[in-house]
Write a protein that binds this ligand. Structure first.
Ligand code: BEZ
Length: 197
């Protein structure tokens, strides 16, 4: 399998963490790709020119980090990261959506910070920052996440905040989340996929 990849993307990192947690890492070749340049090989896999995109061994192209994680769950013998059905699946996908939403908001905020800061952008910055703050408050109130799709995504979201927003510390206001992250972040799946860029 080939994974179109950037070492800074938290969405790519989620897929890499999932692959490592399920012992599939050795089956994935990383293909460095800059989606802003719309390289033809990425467009052939994903017309939206977004990463991650996964080229399966049979030539099928999969896009979207959660879809790719669902596919990885069908491979190998390790326990699934995403429950297959019922209330457990809905609950896991709901927590995933909160953590993924932190990544969406933080990545959009990071992108907008590089543009001229007119009033509209300042409002956008405040709105996306507030969304992240509220989501962190919600995660702080939840039981510690298991190392399934929820833990993988929360860890990548917090890692991205540390990576791009280190000047906005989140730990003091979220001590339980901070304690959870200290342990999670030391796992090989996270330690071996630290964001770079
Ligand atoms: C970043 O540089 O922060 C970034 C790069 C690719 C995807 C998302 C974020």
């Amino acid at each position: 399998m080939k994974l179109f990849h950037s070492p800074a993307s938290p969405f790519v990192r989620k897929v890499r963490v999932a692959a490592k947690l399920r012992g599939l890492d050795g089956r994935i070749e990383l293909m460095p790709s800059n989606p802003h340049l719309s390289p033809p090989e990425l467009l052939a896999a994903n017309p939206l020119s977004k990463i991650p995109a996964l080229l399966c061994d049979d030539g099928t192209a999969l896009i979207d980090s959660l879809v790719i994680c669902e596919y990885l769950d069908t491979l190998g013998d390790a326990p699934r990261l995403i429950p297959t059905a019922g209330p457990a699946r809905v609950a896991a996908l709901n927590i995933h959506a909160i953590a993924n939403g932190i990544m969406d908001a933080a990545v959009a905020r990071r992108g907008s910070a590089q543009l001229p800061q007119d009033e509209g952008r300042q409002k956008f910055d405040a709105r996306t920052k507030a969304a992240v703050d509220r989501a962190l408050t919600m995660l702080e109130a939840m039981p510690p996440a298991p190392m399934d799709i929820t833990g993988a995504t929360i860890g990548c979201a917090l890692g991205y905040l540390d990576f791009r927003f280190a000047h906005e510390p989140w730990r003091a206001a979220h001590p339980k989340l901070a304690a959870w992250f200290e342990t999670a972040n030391a796992l090989p799946a996270f330690a071996e996929t630290m964001p770079v860029g």
